[in-house]
Design a protein around this ligand. Structure first.
Ligand SMILES: NC(=O)c1ccc[n+]([C@@H]2O[C@H](COP(=O)([O-])OP(=O)(O)OC[C@H]3O[C@@H](n4cnc5c(N)ncnc54)[C@H](O)[C@@H]3O)[C@@H](O)[C@H]2O)c1
Length: 357
């Protein structure tokens, strides 16, 4: 065991970063935790109070800027969570913000790690797997949405989901491309400079303190619309809500990150798929039913059959490698996640409702 003593989290006011910062403060109270964030994401400012109350140091900074991570104090572990995390980034305009944050920001994190001899935990994404390949999987439609028609149609894909062997050639969205480019640079820094790094390719993560939008954070958006009114639209793939994702509760991700960072040397150099897995996979239609049940409210759900650029009909994480390596399994179901999100929103309604309009 070699636990970090000074932890730096980029994008640490965001959903994932703030949740990990607080988990470190709770479970590793001997460690200092500093978060750097430019508060670009609407809602991230709402996390500042709970971060500072827990003793997390907040530094307002922009990871696109070279040197942004230079004068932020000592660190022996960097957790890179700063991102423009939308798969639609760049669709309606310049891709520059996403490239500068997601890729240049990671280079700046790597440089900070190189300067200090720190370790790097990179929160990557399942979006590194090309949508052009995911879209041509042989899918059938059942009462619970899409499912694989052939048990193992190609390398890296089975009824257990997509594993790390899934082919990487094809288009993957700008978001996915910036993350994969970052992964490649991380590998080179690891080889050339001996930086210990772990890459977690995460599927859909959800939980309290996520300020979901129509282009990112679907569970939070779905619950918010059920609780606060306003309708929803299922977009793409015929517009029936058949598309499927597996859901990982943020607390389960935090549990995994604590395990990995407590024994970093064991995991260094590895890339893992991380997600809720086949047991926690739901279609949008099923998510709507769960939201109705949990909130006791039924809202109009419209339909738009047109598929958005880069969207995928089915993604389920095959996380068996990390299950075995870390002796870790998600504990919370999709319903547990919806209950937790709804309860957070209910309690905080006055302060957060407008962020979901
Ligand atoms: N939420 C998910 O479902 C999910 C799934 C897979 C991977 N991820 C990855 O997890 C990480 C965190 O995502 P999230 O869901 O917490 O998103 P988020 O938008 O809530 O958090 C990202 C944070 O980065 C900050 N940020 C953006 N640009 C910045 C810049 N130039 N300088 C400094 N800070 C900047 C934002 O203000 C925000 O607080 C991302 O790397 C994302 O790719 C998230």
């Amino acid at each position: 065991m070699d636990e970090p003593t000074h932890i730096l989290i980029t994008g640490g006011a965001g959903f994932v970063g703030s949740s990990l910062a607080l988990a470190f403060r709770t479970e590793r109270s001997h460690a200092t935790v500093t978060v750097v964030d430019n508060l670009h994401r609407r809602g991230s400012e709402k996390n500042l109070e709970r971060l500072t109350d827990a003793g997390v140091r907040f530094v307002k900074g922009d990871v696109r800027r070279r040197g942004a991570l230079v004068n932020v104090g000592p660190c022996d572990l960097i957790v890179d969570c700063a991102a423009e995390p939308s798969a639609l980034a760049g669709v309606d305009g310049s891709p520059r913000y996403a490239i500068d944050t997601n890729l240049v920001g990671t280079v700046n994190a790597l440089e900070a790690a190189r300067d200090r001899g720190a370790r790097l935990l990179f929160v990557s994404t399942s979006r590194v797997y090309p949508y052009t390949r995911l879209r041509v999987l042989p899918l059938e439609t059942g009462p619970c949405g899409f499912y694989l028609g052939t048990p193992a149609p190609c390398r890296g894909c089975s009824n257990s989901g997509i594993n790390e062997e899934f082919p990487l050639n094809g288009a993957r969205t700008l978001y996915g491309a910036t993350k994969l480019c970052s992964e490649l640079l991380i590998r080179e820094y690891a080889e050339m400079y001996g930086i210990d790094a772990v890459v977690l390719r995460c599927g859909l993560i959800a939980g309290p303190w996520q300020f979901g939008r129509t282009d990112q954070g679907v569970v939070a958006l779905w619950v918010a619309r059920h609780l606060f009114g306003d309708g929803l639209t299922t977009i793409g793939f015929g517009g029936r809500g058949d598309q499927v994702r597996d859901v990982l509760h943020i607390a389960d991700l935090a549990h995994l990150v604590l395990k990995i960072t407590a024994d970093f040397g064991v995991f260094a150099g590895e890339t893992f798929n991380v997600g809720g897995g086949a047991d926690n996979a739901v279609s949008l239609r099923t998510l709507t039913e769960i939201c109705r049940d949990v909130t006791g409210r039924t809202i109009p759900v419209g339909s738009d059959p047109r598929t958005r650029p880069g969207d995928i009909p089915w993604y389920v994480t095959d996380a068996r490698r990390i299950h075995a390596a870390a002796d870790w399994r998600p504990r919370r179901s999709v319903r547990d996640t919806v209950v937790d999100v709804a309860s957070w929103m209910h309690r905080r309604r006055d302060r957060i409702e407008r962020l979901f309009s």
